[in-house]
Design a protein around this ligand. Sequence first.
Ligand code: UDX
Ligand code: UDX
Ligand code: ADP
Length: 473
Amino acid sequence: LGSRPLRVACIGAGYVGGPTMAVIASKTSPDAVQIQVLDISEERIAAWNSDRLPLYEPGLTELVFGSRGRNLHFSTAIEDGIKWADLIFVAVNTPTKECGIGAGSAADLTYVELAARQIAAAADTPKIVVEKSTVPIRTAEALGAILEACGRTSFEILSNPEFLAEGTAVRDLCEPDRVLIGGNLETDSGRRAVETLTELYAHWVPRERILATNVWSSELSKLVANAFLAQRVSSINSISALCELSGAEIDEVARAVGLDARIGPHFLKCSVGFGGSCFQKDILNLVYLCESFGLNTVADYWRSVIAINDWQKQRFTARILHGLYNTATNKKIAILGFAFKKDTGDTRESAAIDVCGNLLQECAKLSIYDPKVPAEQIWTDLTRRCRRTRDELAHYVTLAESAEEAAMNSHAIVILTEWDEFRTLDYAKVYKGMCRPAFLFDGRSICDMKALSQIGFVCYAIGSPVDSRIRLR
Ligand code: UDX
Ligand code: UDX
Ligand code: ADP
């Protein structure tokens, strides 16, 4: 490279590519690193170049504004970007297959393959290609095979899985627990490629946190990390059901258990069910992998993590229904929160989609409020989930501008996302505007049940002993 900056391209300007490149840009100087973020979507790129970024992530806007035009550039000129780059991140989407072999569990690699073919067609100098999308193991091998068969130059393939969580992406990227780089450590060029990527991260990550492994270990570690995290949530959620019936408090149990240093306190918050683009998808990938190696008992073990999650969502809907005297027909229900967790506008696999879908099947009238999810997204999610047109749903669904508006004249409040503003809502005031009896179903266990009961609410919080008025009748 001589003295010129390292040229980094990233194919895919989504939740992974955008924030990751913004952090790299903010941690490096323009004479050390130049970055092009590439996407096929004109609309997305236009948004990245505008005052309103295409996704909400605390701290991201400031970072992008600080680096954009300096060492961070967003563009749809994919071919030029590939030609220009020394190192190319592939951060395209890898959804679960919707049809064909492995439908519902295998990853759809269409976008990864397309990106590989674009790189092969455009590249005329040696490239380091870094697999960043979450993909089942052996994808790097497929990437390499396509590049080798179709390309005109040499490629080094690295796996560098992303561990950022939405809502805390900037912090996670700035202070990662570890950075994992999988490469071919048996060859000189493989080791050199690993070193190039290591140096890029070493601008801000301590070297002892940057781990070099073989490609397969790196790819598998990403799936396993997400599977373990999801398993912890399902484990605590399974116990939440036991607490509700036996008189223990889930938050007390979680605290007591988490203080064991071998277990640790994180990821033990009970909920209406985990969501997000990764957990379910990665577990399904793991299940698919195990089954393809004939490890059916292992596959069943991991599948049960999803089964508990599905059951938790069903169970929560059933509680609401039983509370409302077994009929929700035409009752207004306030839905507080639609994102899969707080501090993000993302709804992929959000528990809210299933809970709202179930309530709509009961002919409830939903008034939905979420501080960050765009209205269009809620309509898209519900029309897809219910297989109804927007016009058909409009009779049952309205979108509110505030929690208070959603709750006005409703029979029940249902909390589905743990947004901070739902903790501090003036519930006494909200209560006055509701039908009697006024119910509150807390799917995130964030409210003070005692205080709410004193106001007059009939309360149910996931994982707390159930009020006799809500118990199954
Ligand atoms: C356990 C609990 O650790 C302790 O807190 C409780 O009070 C009693 O039960 P113990 O059964 O003495 O203690 O041993 P422990 O170290 O937990 O190991 C239990 C089993 O798990 C052993 O067979 C051990 O070999 C196995 N194990 C443990 C593993 O296979 N892998 C591990 O990573 C840890
Ligand atoms: C996850 C991983 O954390 C991250 O490392 C990986 O790169 C991508 O997948 P993300 O999906 O963004 O990140 O969010 P995360 O914070 O892990 O939460 C996932 C889901 O689990 C959310 O619906 C959240 O509400 C739920 N959750 C999490 C719980 O219900 N309880 C918990 O204790 C933690
Ligand atoms: P993730 O959460 O994995 O980042 P997203 O869906 O948020 O997934 O982002 C993936 C991005 O990749 C999308 O903006 C999509 O337009 C883009 N993309 C997919 N395939 C290609 C491709 N071949 N070339 C450029 N961009 C692509």
